[in-house]
Design a protein around this ligand. Sequence first.
Ligand code: FE2
Length: 245
Amino acid sequence: MKKLKADFHIHTADDPYDRIRYSSRQLIERAQHRGYDVLAITNHNAVTYNAELVEYAHQHGILLIPGVEATIERKHVLLFNIDYSKERINTFADLRKAKTEDSLVIAPHPYFPSPLALQGKLKENLDLFDAIEYCHFYFSWLNFNKRGVQLAHLYDIPLIGTSDAHFWWQFHTTYSLIEGEKTISGVIQAIKQGMVTVVSSPLSIFTLWKMGMKLPLHLMADLIAYSGILGSRWAEIKARKYNKL
Ligand SMILES: [Fe+2]
């Protein structure tokens, strides 16, 4: 059986919380060029999944899985194939009720130095989690995935490689290969059975340097565009670039 190339943690311009510079359709197009078979768009507290997008992905040879990066008790949790609404799933107890055999829950970057990372909440609610993320953002000399890997090995929980892409450069840095049928339930069940391989390599110092150079420029460009300093024409150009017009 062909291994399915997959990424289960990606943000797009539909994200209501972060400003992302590529649309969901652009992501699908790029993923096809990179040979992906399965994608889940996981915007913050919003499910980006509809018949039109599913069909667009299908035309590009990609299975789209409904996903969301939900904030639960002020921590980030990746939910897939769950009937999600921010109002309905607010606590881990809510999630316990909403989760079904057909749904999947992944712990994203659980021990990264962020107030939104699960930290101790992961171990407290371990029964809820089907997999632990191996996040792209690490270096050979600094890797916050290590504690998650230890926990995964200790409790025999699958690891899953993702990009958590907010920028193009992050996409395709880390991904997963799934040995399963190319259907939503086939992929989810394969992950639950541990039929997944993480493909990843540490980021280079050069990447860190590029990030350092680009991030202030992006922030300044956004500030100019949305403060109207250069007038509405500039804002229009930016918006068009982001596929918001
Ligand atoms: Fe994320």
